[in-house]
Design a protein around this ligand. Structure first.
Ligand SMILES: [Zn+2]
Ligand SMILES: [Zn+2]
Ligand SMILES: [Zn+2]
Length: 106
């Protein structure tokens, strides 16, 4: 089994993570609740994971063709390409983001 490599690294334009975010922007807009937060490394959109009720990170990728997200959870540095379906660690993305606790866990 050979694993495909991601061919979308040229889409990565976010090299500095935001210092702090308020949560999933789409959940905040509709009063939804997220579990884990992901950031789009193409445009900086903050969305929620596939274990969240609304799966906004995936919805954003499908709507925009932005391929790569990165986890914003504390201590997590992995990224994921939706097109190649491959997890990876991307060098050159710096910073750590302060995030609020999940509304689902309160
Ligand atoms: Zn890719
Ligand atoms: Zn959301
Ligand atoms: Zn995006």
């Amino acid at each position: 089994m050979s694993r495909r490599a991601c061919t979308h690294l040229d889409q990565v334009t976010v090299h500095e993570l935001p210092a702090e975010v308020d949560g999933c922007v789409d959940c905040l807009a509709i009063g939804g609740k997220w579990l884990h937060l992901r950031i789009c490394l193409t445009c900086g959109h903050v969305g929620c994971c596939d274990d969240s009720p609304n799966r906004h990170a995936t919805a954003h990728s499908h709507a925009t063709s932005h391929a790569i997200i990165r986890s914003l959870e504390p201590g997590e540095e992995w990224s994921w390409c939706y097109v190649d379906e491959v997890a990876m660690s991307i060098e050159g993305v710096n910073g750590e983001t302060r995030i609020p606790p999940s509304p689902l866990l309160q």
